[in-house]
Design a protein around this ligand. Structure first.
Ligand code: C2O
Ligand code: CU
Length: 493
């Protein structure tokens, strides 16, 4: 446990950053920081209950929990290298925090209750401040009871602009979500039920883009759009089929990647993942084209229609460069990396619960099979290296030497998909089932299919205790999370 070092850090932090700030702290305004003349952009978020218009009339308002009264919460948009300050006020009736998903922030700013900060009590406030090291598409959400807080609408986009962005006609952000609504258009109250927790999480019945049931995106022939997709759903994996259109992936989880078209044509985003795609509007004037999502068999649906205006914007496809410049990530040295094994177990398998009770982490992980009743009794359903976490207070499952390259070899021994997220770092996905990946993509959340083995590599350059967990929020709360410690010695302390 390391909460003991938190209060000191927090106190110093506040002393430094509140030294002498000019008056006039407006949302998104530049404020001069007198001590060292560093400018920062300041934002205000208030988590609270609010009615929102999610489904079109005649349905009435949906009672959500959200930031500043809207779903998604306000877009935080800064330039790479800028400093961000966010004042968070908790207007909920329970504790909360805000985590800056994918941002490589100092540990004390990571927003994990008990691990990196005391939770923000109801009515309380907390100020986050950090630098936007990497350009790209990120997002923010609470880390306290996130299966319910995120599930009720607490999240928002965080966009860090490149100093030299690629040329496009329009830059759009789509925050995708999936809601389980009642017939009356209210959020179904069955959060954290045993079935969702032991299967594929809380899959809903209503998909939204930017908090609206989507209908139409108006486009023009010849137009080039950069679309930033953010999957803010608790559990739904999106697999978007663009039909006639060919999206080119230019960034994954905020990090640039060699521009490429997805292999099987589907753009697949696990929960918490982001993708920046460049789409050329090659359709005909006055035509309508549907984007569909066939990811779950039997649950295919039409996501949205692209509707073309009657005049083209231009008559040929632009030949502008799509390659984004790399972010300042430390390159892992694969020849000098320390290796670690991580195995995920648990969940339902053939009507039985797979329970990994011991700490076996061999190459052929076999969990003991238990009964549904046993699982209900313990509440522990998912295991990382044999351990099911309860809450955010735990001993680290791995301790990594600071400044060293590491390879984590992960085995999904379950029958389910898991988007695995590591805080405070981005990692390269170097292999899947022993085959090197084509793009060695940098990610912060990697979707593992059932039985898959995935290797990730990174330099542990950010000291502190960091969460490592499944981003299907029902899996996370039912045990599928751990802590990875990065420290000077690499010793367990
Ligand atoms: Cu998006 Cu640990 O979180
Ligand atoms: Cu999972």
């Amino acid at each position: 446990m390391n909460i003991k070092r938190m209060p000191g850090f927090t106190r110093r932090f506040f002393l430094k950053s509140s030294a002498a700030v000019f008056a006039g702290a407006f949302t998104g305004s530049f404020v001069m920081h007198e001590a060292n003349a560093v400018a920062f952009k300041e934002f205000h978020l208030r988590a609270g209950r609010s009615p929102i218009t999610l489904v079109p009339a005649p349905a009435g308002a949906t009672n959500a929990w959200c930031f500043n009264g809207s779903v998604p919460g306000p877009e935080i948009r800064v330039r790479q290298g800028e400093r961000i300050r966010v004042n968070v006020k908790n207007g909920l009736n329970e504790e909360t925090t805000v985590h800056w998903h994918g941002m490589r922030v100092p540990n004390a700013m990571d927003g994990v209750p008990h691990l990196t900060q005391a939770p923000i009590r109801s009515g309380g406030t907390f100020t986050y401040e950090f630098d936007a090291l990497d350009a790209g598409t990120f997002w923010y959400h609470p880390h306290q009871r996130s299966f319910e807080q995120v599930g009720r609408g607490l999240y928002g986009p965080l966009i860090v602009e490149e100093p030299n962005p690629i040329r496009v006609d329009r830059d759009l952000t789509w925050v995708l979500d999936d809601w389980r609504l009642t017939k009356g258009g209210q959020i179904s109250e069955d959060f954290g039920n045993l079935h969702d927790m032991s299967h594929n999480g809380r899959i809903g019945n209503t998909v939204t883009i930017n908090g609206q049931v989507p209908d139409t995106l108006y486009v023009r022939r010849g137009e080039r759009i950069r679309l930033r997709l953010i999957n803010a759903a608790n559990a739904r994996i999106f697999g978007i089929d663009f039909g006639t259109h060919k999206p080119v992936i230019v960034a994954i989880d905020g990090q640039p990647v060699a521009p490429h078209i997805p292999e099987d044509g589907l753009l697949v985003l696990g929960p918490a993942m982001r993708m920046d795609v460049v789409i050329d509007m090659v359709g005909d004037v006055n035509q309508r084209y549907s984007l569909t999502d066939p990811f779950y068999q039997g649950l295919e649906y039409r996501l949205v229609d692209l509707v073309y205006a009657d005049t083209p914007l231009r008559n040929r496809i632009p030949d502008w460069d799509m390659q984004l410049s790399a972010n300042p990530l430390p390159e892992p040295d694969l020849n000098d990396a320390e290796r670690h094994e991580v195995t995920f177990n648990g969940g339902m398998m053939g009507g039985m619960v797979m329970q990994e009770m011991g700490g076996s982490m061999g190459h052929e992980p076999m969990g003991a099979m238990g009964s549904m009743r046993g699982m209900m009794h313990s509440g522990k359903i998912w295991f990382i290296n044999g351990v099911a976490a309860e809450g955010h207070i735990m001993e680290p499952m791995l301790t990594l030497r600071h400044g060293q390259s590491h390879i984590i070899s992960m085995t999904n021994a379950t029958a389910w998909h898991h988007p695995i997220h590591f805080h405070g770092h981005s990692f390269r996905v170097i292999s899947r089932n022993g085959n090197p990946t084509a793009h060695k993509e940098w990610q912060d959340t990697v979707l593992m299919v059932p039985k898959e083995r995935v290797e990730i590599a990174f330099v542990a350059d950010n000291p502190g205790d960091w969460m490592f967990h499944c981003h299907i929020l029902e899996h996370q709360t039912a045990g599928m999370m751990g802590v990875i410690r990065v420290n000077q010695s690499g010793e367990r302390t």
